[in-house]
Design a protein around this ligand. Structure first.
Ligand code: NCD
Length: 317
């Protein structure tokens, strides 16, 4: 496997907790591998035989958990899972540290989703096997970033020289927090941040982006149409109901943006409309027929990049 092997080998055994745990060059290596898996899945169908991963999901999930499990099964490996904290010893008061040390005795890799920010970092401290953050509260979701960047790369052929508009809940949306920090490390990137004032991207993330890349252009607006006209990528997000402190605020803000076919008329012909899913009301179903809507394809790509990630962290490629 030539040069690729040298680079990928440096990822073996590592944790993936924060989108910046891997460098842009390491992301690119994973994308090359994911591309090979898309092209010739049969070559990889047994590469994880004899290996087992554990998925511990203490928050609701469809795509992240099932795409990890599908990924491992398609690599010829096995999966054990906790899909509901109330059925595990968490309900008896077990600490995360104890759970992780126990599960690491059973599995070769752990994927954790947890409602508390920072839970994955703590878990990684106790895990002798690679620990992947499948989302920790409103903070980070690095494997969604892998999915999102792979989708952009496959569709546009590049990850630089892009105007990327993020729309919706930029305050609590962890997929935005991870993706925007990883994208900021690429060349000639412009961000348009579209949200209600109350749901703006946290200041600390803006500062981090600016200090990582002083040339970055960042425009904030409440107007979806403004952002749409110039965007190469429109990243829509769900208003994160479960992170709100009161129901009234959620109800007031939940329908702030609805992308319709009419609104897309003013957008570029080669725009990519992305969404990590699940969608609620922010993209009207009529948009699904537009060739620029790639969110279901994006969800499928998530499985292939996770195949690449698992195989790499386990050191089997
Ligand atoms: C996202 C998440 O869980 O943060 N979903 C996903 O993993 N694809 C987005 C969301 O829940 O809105």
């Amino acid at each position: 496997m030539g040069e690729g092997k040298v680079g990928l080998a440096s990822l073996k055994g590592r944790h993936f907790v924060d989108a910046l745990d891997f460098s842009p060059a390491e992301y690119d290596l994973l994308f090359s591998l994911a591309e090979r898996i898309v092209e010739s899945p049969e070559e990889f169908a047994a590469c994880c035989s004899g290996k087992l991963i554990a998925t511990l999901f203490y928050e609701p999930s469809t795509r992240t958990r099932l795409s990890f499990e599908a990924a491992m099964l398609r690599l010829g490996g096995k999966v054990i899972t906790v899909a509901d904290a109330s059925t595990s010893s968490v309900a008896k008061g077990e600490s995360l540290a104890d759970t992780i040390r126990t599960v690491a005795g059973y599995a070769d890799l752990i994927v954790l989703r947890h409602p508390k920010e920072g839970a994955a970092r703590l878990a990684a401290l106790y895990s002798p096997v690679p620990l992947i953050n499948g989302g920790d509260g409103a903070r980070e979701h690095p494997t969604q970033t892998l999915t999102d960047l792979f989708t952009i790369k496959r569709s546009k052929g590049r990850l630089d020289d892009l105007t990327v508009a993020f729309c919706g809940d930029l305050r609590y949306g962890r997929t935005v927090h991870s993706l925007i920090r990883a994208l900021a490390l690429r060349e000639a990137i412009r961000f348009i941040l579209i949200s209600p004032v109350e749901l703006r991207l946290p200041e600390v993330i803006k500062e981090e982006i600016r200090s990582a890349n002083p040339k970055i252009e960042l425009l904030e607006t409440e107007d979806l149409e403004v952002g749409l006209a110039e965007a190469d990528v429109l990243y829509m997000t769900r208003i994160q109901k479960e992170r709100f402190f009161n129901e009234e605020d959620y109800i007031r803000l939940r329908d702030s943006y609805v992308l319709t076919r009419g609104k897309l008329e003013g957008a570029k012909g080669d725009l990519l409309v992305m969404h990590p899913l699940p969608r609620v009301t922010e993209i009207s179903p009529e948009v699904d027929e537009d060739p620029r809507a790639v969110y279901f394809q994006q969800a499928r790509y998530g499985m292939f990049v996770r195949m690449a990630l698992i195989a790499t962290l386990l050191g089997v490629v």
